[in-house]
Design a protein around this ligand. Structure first.
Ligand SMILES: C[S@@+](CC[C@H](N)C(=O)[O-])C[C@H]1O[C@@H](n2cnc3c(N)ncnc32)[C@H](O)[C@@H]1O
Length: 246
């Protein structure tokens, strides 16, 4: 089985959660807000913006983007369950969001249709060809438009979830090309490992002007029942990147 097929199969299974958790997500969407570093970066950019959100998943961030003032949000995901449940919720809440099933890096959207491409929180790890993805996001942006990524730090696959002390997993390496995800959701999917340098230089190669790059101690996601010492503020667990189309 190709790694791409293995990942799609794992997500097709995991995507059931988008339907199972529909009611909880509907409630969460009523009050969803972006994380503090996202608000710092985007508070002046989102109002009035047409936003494209590749790998939109459950789409809760789309409700938060609308709350911050986005004019429209267009979510893209290859999971039928993700797209249909997010669309149903947006319709129910009267949000200006639409969802299209598409397989990135091919969005299927026209050139220069967005003021902001927003993505992350478990997105770049599913994309083997970062150059193709970033070139596609560049193509979608209007001149002067922004790409914003808030993502797990590329070191995260190395941290154990031990509660007493942070440790490095003996089966992982920072410079490995990929590893197989062993936690829900996405268990069994092949995670592509891009180093921070890979991500930044791929953005520059696509023509983006880097406006801000920051590393953060907080993970963007804490699975229930886990309190890892790796999250106690000493190690990087997420990063954010804001880049502008010339
Ligand atoms: C971990 S989720 C995170 C997405 C979103 N940020 C969220 O918080 O829900 C990853 C999503 O990416 C989708 N996905 C993975 N690879 C994809 C690809 N090549 N094209 C489109 N969607 C993809 C999966 O279906 C899944 O819904």
């Amino acid at each position: 089985m190709s790694t791409d097929h293995q990942t799609r199969t794992a997500w097709a299974a995991a995507a059931r959660k988008y339907e199972d958790e529909y009611a909880a997500h509907l409630e969460a969407a009523r009050t969803a807000v972006l994380l503090p570093p996202e608000l710092d970066a985007l508070a002046d950019i989102v109002p009035g913006a047409d936003v494209v959100h590749p790998l939109s998943g459950h789409g809760l961030d789309d409700a938060a983007l609308v709350r911050l003032g986005a004019r429209t949000v267009h979510g893209l995901d290859y999971s039928e369950a993700a797209v249909s449940s997010a669309q149903r919720r947006a319709n129910e809440l009267g949000l200006p969001c639409r969802y299209t099933q598409s397989t990135l890096p091919n969005s299927g959207l026209p050139d220069a249709c967005a003021d902001l491409v927003y993505t992350g929180k478990g997105a770049l790890i599913w994309l083997a060809d970062l150059d193709a993805f970033l070139a596609e996001t560049y193509r979608l942006l209007r001149p002067g438009g922004r790409l914003y990524v808030y993502e797990a730090h590329p070191l995260v696959p190395l941290w154990t979830w031990d509660a007493d002390e942070p440790r490095i997993r003996p089966d992982r390496g920072y410079f490995a090309a990929s590893h197989v995800n062993d936690t829900f959701p996405g268990r069994g999917a092949v995670e592509q490992q891009h180093t921070l340098a890979d991500i930044v230089t791929a953005g520059l190669r696509s023509g983006f002007l880097l406006e801000n790059l920051a590393e953060h101690p907080e993970p963007f996601w804490r699975p229930g029942g886990v309190d890892a010492a790796a999250w106690d503020g000493r190690l990087p667990n997420s990063f954010s990147m804001l880049a502008r189309r010339a």
